[in-house]
Design a protein around this ligand. Structure first.
Ligand code: GLA
Length: 424
């Protein structure tokens, strides 16, 4: 167990709260760089928001920040665990998403190397990053190519012994329209089912082949084959995949992924608002079987873009219910915003404490379910770690605040209950 001392400046939480508290809802964070020393400036992810109810709503801000009145005394907190060691105790890998900004920032890479052993690229393996229109037109077939940035990230993961979750193949968002049209050109008609099925197969095959040819496939242990295909109301999202291929496109995606991915890579269906579509997901995953009734899928990814006011009992029910299918269930993009979906709360001391409690209670409950054998959960991935680089940064969802100062959330994630914002 590694020993490390971290100084918590309680006053920093209050300062952080003040810095963020005066922002208009929806405004980008007032402090774009990770810290005074750090260089990186967050670039909003293209189409960073899932196109669903998760879209930023009209925001109503109900709470006001408490004024900072007096300097609080510095308290020394001895941290003997890392985010990784806490999860390893329950046989789970500890993951984070990785962006170019993080990779170019030593504070970020140091934090990642200290805490995580699993990486999901925030963007660099998404369809719009790896599908090449010019090459596809020239080849007359869909062509997968990795940019230098993607290759750099793969290399960094390999050099640092990271396990990687591939993210993501079939998705309605961050997917170029041209792949659905004759001649790979949106000026033309959309292609037939047969043509699109052939393109889907080629795309999935090439992705795994390219990773293998480059020597990177072995570090992959999971792959999100399909992302966000279901609406909360239990209907299929109306994507171009559905329009061209038809109702069975999800089954086809898993069929091809199963055909081309090596067995050691677990194939996942990944979605958000999982707790509101429990039965939809429960029924759906059981349709992903081959002619012998064997699963084509290995796991269900819960994005876990949560809120401090979410009902955790409901969440645990969803975990247990999907766990009862025998598939793995993993949290793949965990972050916990202040408040609720329609009502953002400001980072006041009280709200940040509630967030610390929520991280603590969530992980604690998941560990209980996993340890009791109610769910097979082999990894948990945070969607980042520092607020300023989070796609939901105006909602303060992560474990570290300004200048990488630990929040109550960090201690909650570390299961250090006494520092996680619970009242004494
Ligand atoms: C969804 C996607 C992620 C990412 C986030 C925003 O959750 O699955 O890849 O785009 O939205 O960062």
């Amino acid at each position: 167990m590694r020993k490390k001392k971290i100084l918590l400046f309680a006053v920093v939480l209050a300062m952080f709260m003040t810095a963020c508290g005066s922002k208009e809802p929806g405004e980008a964070t007032a402090e774009p760089s990770v810290s005074q020393e750090a260089e990186a400036t967050p670039t909003p992810t293209p189409e960073a928001t899932p196109e669903t109810t998760e879209k930023e709503p009209e925001k109503e801000v109900v709470s006001t920040p408490a004024p900072v009145t007096e300097e609080k005394k510095e308290e020394e907190i001895i941290v003997t665990e890392t985010l990784g060691s806490v999860l390893a105790a329950h046989n789970m890998k500890a993951g984070t998403c990785l962006s170019e900004q993080m990779l170019n920032n030593k504070k970020c890479t140091d934090f990642i190397l200290e805490n995580f052993n699993s990486i999901t690229f925030e963007n660099h393996l998404k369809p719009d990053y790896i599908l090449d229109q010019k090459a596809s037109k020239a080849a007359g077939d869909i062509v997968v190519k990795f940019s230098d940035a993607t290759v750099n990230m793969l290399k960094w993961c390999a050099d640092n012994g990271m396990a990687v979750r591939g993210h993501t193949l079939i998705w309605h968002s961050q997917t170029p329209d041209w792949i659905f049209y004759e001649g790979f050109d949106t000026k033309n008609e959309m292609v037939s089912r047969d043509v699109m099925l052939a393109r889907m197969e080629s795309y999935i095959r090439q992705t795994f082949e390219l990773l293998e040819d480059m020597g990177y496939l072995e570090m992959f242990y999971a792959y999100d084959v399909v992302n966000e295909a279901w609406e909360d109301n239990g209907t299929k999202r109306n994507s171009k995949w559905l329009q061209t291929i038809g109702e069975d496109y999800l089954w086809q995606a898993f069929y091809f992924a199963d055909k081309y991915a090596p067995d050691y890579i677990d194939l996942y269906y990944n979605d958000f608002n999982e707790q509101f579509k429990t039965e939809t997901l429960y029924n759906f995953v059981q349709t992903l079987v081959d002619e012998d009734g064997n699963y084509l899928i290995d796991g269900v990814g819960f994005q876990a873009h949560l809120y401090t006011e979410d009902d955790l009992e409901q969440y645990f029910h969803t975990v247990e219910r999907l766990g009862s299918t025998g598939l793995k269930v993993c949290l793949t993009e965990l972050d916990i915003c202040l408040g609720s979906y329609p009502i953002i709360k400001q980072p006041t001391e009280e709200n940040l404490k509630a967030q610390g409690q929520h991280y603590y209670n969530l992980l604690n409950g998941l560990f209980a379910l996993a340890d009791e054998g109610k769910v097979n959960m082999d990894s948990l991935t945070y969607w980042g770690f520092v607020d300023q680089l989070s796609w939901r940064r105006e909602r303060s969802p992560m474990l570290l605040g300004a200048a990488f100062k630990p929040k109550y959330a960090y201690y909650g994630a570390l299961q250090m209950k006494e520092y996680a914002g619970f009242d004494e």
